[in-house]
Every structure is written in structure tokens, then in C-alpha cells.
Design a protein around this ligand. Structure first.
Ligand code: NAG
Ligand code: NAG
Ligand code: NAG
Ligand code: NAG
Ligand code: NAG
Ligand code: NAG
Length: 760
């Protein structure tokens, strides 16, 4: 040890010496807190490895316990018990538990699930002002949810499912400025929903299922970010909730909703899941629900929907499950539903459909029931039915007259349905284009499914590394490990103890700062996790000997083995150049990465030095951006049109993808762009002399044209004219679908409509 020649070794020893009292005090106070928590939880066997000497920040993780530290201090505590844990014994005190938790001052994520906790949530929860995520599901907590929770100004996620909370849904929720995810499923909440719900502007997910809530749902249209609303199994109603059109998932089953569906449900163009089953809905079933672009699950069973179905109706390819059972539908089940495409589940018993099975009522049953529904004095809201009511009252009880009118209306509705079915173009992707859905919103829908998947990236949790660890990984930063030098420092390749490969970036920092100055940056870097980014796994500071300021910062990244996008386009991986579909898929990946950098994190990162040599491919050819604008290196202020710098660079990437050769100078860009532009204006299609021969003829014309158009748009000289990243993404996805459609494949996968493996 002592003979090592690296001065940094000495520095570290020195620093360790200086820091020992401080960090060990912190460590031991936290270790004591954990031991107390273990005692309060009545010594569950899975915590038996905790002891006072354990290095709490580097303990082995298990399905039951996860601890994540930030700067040696516990930032995340997850303890999860067995699913049906009984309540803890009588001497358990939730007050003591929270007093003990207060010994972890930097706690941001607290997850204590299925541990048998019981009692009232203590008022002192207000002290945990740094909390961002709280999940205390599946315990035995009862009483009101204390209003002190409203002091947790950083709270983003609150999950208290499967407890015994009572009282109303709190009306102070609107004072949580960052709340995005609220779930209070399976409690004993009663009464009406507070009107203040409509002030939760940041809310994305609201889950209040399985309580005893009643009354009308407040107007949720102001919640512009709301994507999921789950209200099933309550007594809410009768009016259909007023929600924004960006909803992705809506479940209302087992409530008291009545009347007919509002005509604008069919304009919820992002909808993936709709469940209105087991309510008291009446009126026509809108068949256009079957053709919404993303709809996967549709359940209208157990209502009294009327209307005639036709064999030739169309339905979305994404539909996985459709339940029309126990309504008053007539006609023939559409062929597209029963083709057993993709193992789709379709249920339709107990209607009056013409089928061979025994499960249907005779036609007259639905006819009579529909008439009965038609003259129910229930539904002033809807135009057609409202007219019927007014007319019946005019006629003054002449029931025969009413029946005649209702019959007429029914006929009219059927005609209308048939006409709508006729007008509907057969393919989903045509619908995107012709109905002009805002492409940004469509991209949003993809964004949601992506953020949902962030947890499943397969990248280990962010942590801090020791210098010794990095030296071991790179054989003391040996020249054999040296990969190159970037504008901000050297890159080394290393292998960690567990055998995983990493890339270590050494950044020389401005002198005179201590590590605290970089906390904010490090925190942001730790959040930069996305399928299409080369993610940071952790960091390590190297300190100065004399004043304990920071000298260098090492950032440890995942190693992405399959080379750069440029080499796989122009040279090919193992002699195999990327196919056209694979190129589109890679471009979509890069665009998603850019979208995440711009708007998936706050503050966004712009000017990311995007070029094909900075895009890496993983073994399954997923494209990952490696060069993004690291917060440490610059102040990331979004200047006017700052996002459009990346759009221009993306245009250059597309240019390489199309032409199949490296484009390295501004002059090159202009030349190839002008050639493309000229051939499009004269021939209506990109000239084959410019396009990489790998792009097969004819097959790809439509997608090639789309990609070329977007490429030229991105390269506009005026930043204002460049498309938004949402537009880019949408157009690329469109190109992918056209290309895929041409190859006769199905468009199914939600996350990556064209991962290269599928496209082959
Ligand atoms: C609760 O009582 C049990 C014995 O019934 C005992 O083992 C445990 O230490 C007590 N827990 C606390 C927190 O006092
Ligand atoms: C859960 O139950 C299994 C077997 O029933 C047991 O081995 C395990 O220790 C229990 N874990 C917890 C968290 O209680
Ligand atoms: C909260 O905990 C429950 C139960 O363990 C789990 O299923 C759920 O995914 C968690 N929710 C969040 C948002 O973390
Ligand atoms: C739920 O609340 C109702 C009314 O307050 C009460 O009668 C019922 O016992 C409670 N149920 C549970 C499981 O606590
Ligand atoms: C539709 O909803 C009903 C009742 O809410 C449920 O029983 C049925 O299983 C659901 N259908 C499907 C296909 O999930
Ligand atoms: C669908 O079938 C109905 C009745 O069989 C017919 O009236 C209608 O024109 C057809 N629509 C289309 C689009 O073919």
C-alpha cells in the first residue's frame, strides 16, 4: 500500500483520516435508528442481518429491504413484509416509529409495506419535509389521514392503499404543489369527493377505488396532466365524470353512473383502457370506441347499452380485451373482433346478437328493454333522449306516440351507427394522419408508457463509488484501460468486482469548490435514467490534500458494447449494416432520448452535442445517447429555441441514416441536404443516388419520404421552422408503421413499435 506511487492514494488516506469522525458519527446514528426500527417492527427475520457495525449504505439488498444512500445519508428506505402480515403486537407504537424515522433527516423515499403497522398516522409526519415518495400500503392504519401531510411540500407520490383509513378524501390535498400520484385504494373513505381535487394541477394518476365514496365526481378537466383515473367499486354517480381528453386509463366499474356516455369519450384519443362495466349506463354504444388508436381494454359489460353491430365494423389492432356482455346490443359481432387476432379476449354473452351460441336473448328482448330504457325519465342530458322526453310530455301520456317516436329514434341511431362505420377508414395508422391528432399529444402517450417502465431499466441503483474501487476496476487507470480523451477529460474502461463493465469519465473541476457545491448536479445526474441514454451508475470525488476541496469528479457509466451508430451505418457491425427498419428504430430511440432530456426531467438538458459518434448501440441494437449535456459541465440554461439546437443535430443524424455515409462538416450537411431537397421537389422522392443502397427500392418509398421530409425540416436554418421533438417522434413512428405495414407485420408493441428484433 505505502509503496504505491500515486499521489491520489495519499490524498485519499488523508481525506479518510479527516472525514472519519464525521461520517462515522452519521453512520452510527443511522445504524442505531435502523436497529430501533427493527425492534419496533418486532424483529422480522429478514432484518436479522442488521447490526451496529454494518455499512448501512452498502448492505446487501433483498426483496424485503432496500436502502439507498445519498452522500452517506439514507435517502431511501424500503421495507416490505409478507403479503398477509398480521397486525404487530399491542405494544407497537407508530408514534415511536416516526420518532425514530426522524433520525434519518434526509429521507426522500419511505416505503413501509405489508408490515402489520397499525394506528393513526401521527401528526409529526409534518416534520418529514424532504419526503418525495411515501408508500405505506397494506397495513392497518386507521382514522383520518392527518392534515399535517399537507406540510410535505416535496411530496410527489402518496400511496396508502389497503389500509383502514376513514373519513373523507382530504380537501387539503390541493396544497401539495408537486403531487403527481395519489392512491388511496381499498380504504374506508366515505362521503363526496372534495372540489379542491380540481386544483391538483400536477396530478397524473388518481386512484380512489374500493372505498365507500358517493356523489358526483368534481370537474377534473382542469387537471391537464391527468392520465389515469380509477374510481371503481364506490357509489359514485350518476353523472359521467368530466375529464380532460388526455386520459389514458379510466375505470369506473361498479358505481352508480347512469345516463348515456358523453359523445366526447370517442375523442379521448390516448385512451388505452376504459372500463365502465356494472353501472347503469343506457343509450347507444359508440362503436368508434373500438377504433381509438391506442385502445387495448374495453369493458362495457353489465349496463344497458343499445345499438346494432355490423360484421364489417373495424377495430384497433391494439385491442387485447373487449367485454360487451350483458347489454342490449343487436346485430352481428364484428368480424375484426372474433378473428382471434393476438389471442384477443372478446366476450359478448347476454345480448341479442345473432350468434350460434345459446348465450343470447331473443331479439325482441333487447327491443322491449331498449324501449323501456328509451322512455325512462332519466336522461335529460343527451340530445336524442332529451328530445324523446320533451315530446312524450307534450303528447301528454299518449304512450303509443312515445313508442313510435322512440322507434324512430332507434332507427335513426342505427342508421347513424351504420353510416359512421362506413365512414371509418380501415387502418389505424391512416386515422392518425387523417384525423390530425396533435402529434405532441400522441408522443405524450408514449412518454407515459416510457416513464412507467423506468423502474425496469435493468440498470443498478445509483450509488457513490470509492476511489479504490475505481482503481481496482481500471488496474490503477492503466493505459490499457484508457479509451480516449473528450473535451472535458479522459475516459477509461473498467471492470467492477461483480464483473460488469463500466466507462469512467474523469472530470477536472474548477478549483476551490467542496463536494457540497456539486450536490445538486449529482442529484440530477442520478435521475438521468432512460432506456435511450447511457446511464450514470454513480460517482466518486477525488479531494485535494490541503483544503479538502474537490479536485476531480469521476462519473461511472454503463458500458454499451456494440459500437457507435455511425460505425453500424457506414461500416456495419460484423460486416452487417443496419437495415432500413433498424435505422428508423434507432432514430426513434434517439428521439425518445432527446424528448426525455428536454422534458422528462427538470430542469431539461439542451444542446446535447448529438452526433452519430455519440450514439451507442447495445446488444439488441437499442440506441443510447452518450454525450448528453452533463449538468456538472455547464449551466444548462434554456435559451430561446435552445431545444432546436438538438433538433438540428438530429437532422444531421437522419442525413447520415439516409445517405449511409459519415457527414462530418457543415459543408457536407448543406450539400447532401440540398441534393435531397432538389430530388424531392423534382421527382417527389429522394434520389437513389443519394440514398444508401441498403435501403431497398420501392418497399420503403413512403417511409423514406417521411424520414427525408422530417430530416429536411430539422435542418431548417431558422430554428422556429424546425419541428418540435414531439413532431419528429410522431413522424418517425408513422414512418415505422408504414414500413412495418408494408412488410405485413402487425403493429403491436407499446413501448417500441419497432424494436429491431421485431422488424426483422
Ligand atoms: C413487545 O412485546 C414483545 C413480547 O410480547 C417483546 O418481545 C418486544 O420487545 C416488545 N416490543 C417493544 C417495541 O417493546
Ligand atoms: C414470508 O413468509 C416466508 C414463508 O412463509 C418466510 O420464509 C419469510 O421469512 C417471510 N418473510 C417475511 C417478510 O415475513
Ligand atoms: C406501493 O406499494 C404497493 C404494495 O407493495 C405496490 O404494489 C405499489 O407498486 C407501490 N406503489 C408505488 C407507486 O410505489
Ligand atoms: C367503515 O365506515 C363505516 C361508516 O363510518 C363503518 O360503519 C364501518 O364499520 C367501517 N368499516 C371498516 C372496515 O372499518
Ligand atoms: C368486465 O367487467 C366485469 C364486471 O365489472 C368483470 O366481471 C369482467 O371480468 C370484465 N371483463 C373482462 C374481459 O375483463
Ligand atoms: C356494412 O354492412 C352493412 C350491413 O350489412 C352495410 O349496410 C354497410 O354498407 C356496410 N359498410 C361498409 C363500410 O361496408
Amino acid at each position: 500500500m505505502a509503496t504505491r506511487s500515486y499521489p491520489s492514494k495519499l490524498i485519499i488516506l488523508f481525506i479518510v483520516f479527516i472525514l472519519i469522525p464525521n461520517s462515522s458519527q452519521l453512520q452510527s446514528s443511522q445504524a442505531w435508528a435502523l436497529l430501533r426500527i427493527r425492534r419496533l417492527l418486532n424483529y422480522p427475520p429478514f432484518l436479522s442481518s442488521w447490526n451496529i457495525y454494518a455499512d448501512i449504505c452498502n448492505m446487501e439488498q433483498s426483496p424485503f429491504v432496500t436502502i439507498v444512500c445519498y452522500e452517506e445519508s439514507i435517502a431511501q428506505l424500503h421495507i416490505v413484509g409478507n403479503e398477509s402480515s398480521p397486525p404487530l403486537p399491542r405494544n407497537f407504537s407508530i408514534n415511536s416509529l416516526f420518532t425514530t424515522l426522524a433520525g434519518l433527516p434526509n429521507l426522500k423515499v419511505l416505503s413501509l409495506r405489508s408490515l402489520g403497522l397499525w394506528g393513526r398516522l401521527p401528526a409529526k409526519i409534518s416534520r418529514f419535509s424532504s419526503l418525495e415518495i411515501v408508500n405505506m400500503s397494506s397495513n392497518f392504519l386507521y382514522g383520518y389521514i392527518p392534515h399535517q401531510v399537507s406540510f410535505l411540500k416535496n411530496l410527489q407520490t402518496l400511496v396508502l392503499d389497503h389500509n383502514m383509513f376513514s373519513g373523507r378524501v382530504p380537501n387539503w390535498l390541493s396544497s401539495l404543489p408537486l403531487l403527481t400520484f395519489l392512491s388511496l385504494k381499498s380504504n374506508n373513505l366515505t362521503g363526496h369527493l372534495p372540489h379542491s381535487l380540481s386544483e391538483l394541477k400536477t396530478l397524473r394518476v388518481l386512484i380512489l377505488s374500493s372505498n365507500s365514496l358517493s356523489g358526483e365526481v368534481p370537474d377534473l378537466r382542469p387537471l391537464k396532466n391527468l392520465q389515469e383515473l380509477h374510481l371503481e367499486d364506490n357509489s359514485l354517480g350518476p353523472q359521467f365524470p368530466n375529464v380532460g381528453h388526455k386520459l389514458v386509463s379510466l375505470t369506473l366499474q361498479k358505481n352508480r353512473f347512469a345516463g348515456s356516455l358523453p359523445s366526447d369519450v370517442t375523442s379521448y384519443y390516448l385512451l388505452q383502457q376504459l372500463d365502465v362495466s356494472s353501472n347503469r349506463f343506457i343509450g347507444p354504444f359508440p362503436p368508434s370506441l373500438l377504433t381509438l388508436p391506442y385502445v387495448q381494454y374495453l369493458n362495457i359489460s353489465g349496463n344497458r347499452f343499445t345499438g346494432m353491430l355490423f360484421q364489417n365494423m373495424s377495430c384497433s389492432d391494439d385491442l387485447e380485451s373487449v367485454d360487451l356482455s350483458a347489454n342490449l346490443l343487436t346485430g352481428i359481432i364484428p368480424a375484426c373482433l372474433i378473428s382471434n387476432y393476438n389471442n384477443r379476449v372478446v366476450l359478448y354473452s347476454e345480448n341479442c346478437l345473432v350468434t350460434k351460441d345459446q348465450s343470447q336473448h331473443p331479439y325482441t328482448y333487447c327491443q322491449n328493454q331498449a324501449l323501456a330504457v328509451g322512455i325512462q325519465p332519466h336522461k335529460q342530458k343527451k340530445a336524442s333522449a332529451g328530445k324523446a322526453i320533451r315530446l312524450t310530455s307534450l303528447i301528454g301520456g299518449v304512450i303509443v306516440g312515445a313508442i313510435v317516436i322512440c322507434l324512430l329514434i332507434l332507427v335513426a341511431i342505427r342508421r347513424l351507427n351504420a353510416k359512421r362505420a362506413k365512414e371509418r377508414p380501415p387502418r389505424r395508422l391512416i386515422e392518425h394522419a387523417s384525423y390530425g391528432y396533435s402529434s405532441k399529444l400522441l408522443a405524450d402517450a408514449r412518454y407515459i408508457s416510457q416513464t412507467k417502465k423506468l423502474g425496469a431499466l435493468g440498470v443498478p441503483a445509483y450509488r457513490s463509488f470509492s476511489l479504490e474501487e475505481l482503481e481496482a476496476a481500471t488496474d490503477n487507470f492503466a493505459t490499457t484501460a484508457f479509451m480516449g480523451e473528450g473535451s472535458h477529460g479522459q475516459l477509461y474502461k473498467g471492470m467492477l468486482k461483480d464483473g460488469s463493465l463500466v466507462v469512467i469519465r474523469c472530470l477536472k473541476l474548477k478549483s476551490g469548490h467542496n463536494s457540497q457545491n456539486y450536490n445538486r448536479h449529482i442529484e440530477l445526474i442520478s435521475k438521468l435514467r432512460h432506456r435511450h441514454l447511457v446511464c450514470a451508475l454513480g460517482h466518486c470525488f477525488e479531494y485535494n490534500t490541503d483544503d479538502s476541496t474537490v479536485n476531480r469528479l469521476f462519473l461511472i457509466f454503463e458500458y454499451v458494447p456494440n459500437g457507435t451508430l455511425r460505425s453500424s451505418i457506414s461500416e456495419g457491425v460484423a460486416g452487417q449494416k443496419l437495415t432500413w427498419s433498424q435505422r428508423i428504430a434507432a432514430a426513434i430511440g434517439v428521439a425518445r432520448g432527446i424528448q426525455f432530456l428536454h422534458s422528462g426531467i427538470i430542469p431539461g438538458l439542451f444542446a446535447n452535442d448529438l452526433k452519430t459518434t455519440n450514439i451507442l448501440l447495445d446488444p439488441t441494437l437499442v440506441a443510447k445517447i452518450s454525450s448528453y449535456n452533463l449538468p456538472v459541465l455547464s449551466e444548462n440554461v434554456k435559451t430561446e429555441h435552445g431545444d432546436k439546437v438538438d433538433i438540428y443535430d438530429f437532422g444531421v443524424i437522419l442525413l447520415e441514416i439516409i445517405s449511409g455515409r459519415p457527414i462530418t462538416s457543415q459543408c457536407d450537411v448543406e450539400m447532401v441536404k440540398d441534393e435531397l431537397h432538389a430530388s424531392i421537389t423534382t421527382d417527389g422522392a429522394p434520389g437513389r443516388s443519394i440514398v444508401d443502397p441498403v435501403v431497398p427500392r420501392a418497399s420503403c418509398d413512403a417511409s423514406l419520404k417521411t424520414v427525408t421530409d422530417i430530416c429536411i425540416g430539422c435542418l431548417s436554418m431558422d430554428p422556429v421552422e424546425r419541428p418540435s421533438i414531439g413532431d419528429v417522434l410522431w413522424n418517425l413512428q408513422f414512418a415505422a408503421q408504414v414500413e412495418d405495414g408494408w412488410r405485413g407485420n402487425s403493429i403491436s408493441s407499446e413501448e417500441s413499435p419497432l424494436s429491431p428484433s421485431q422488424a426483422n
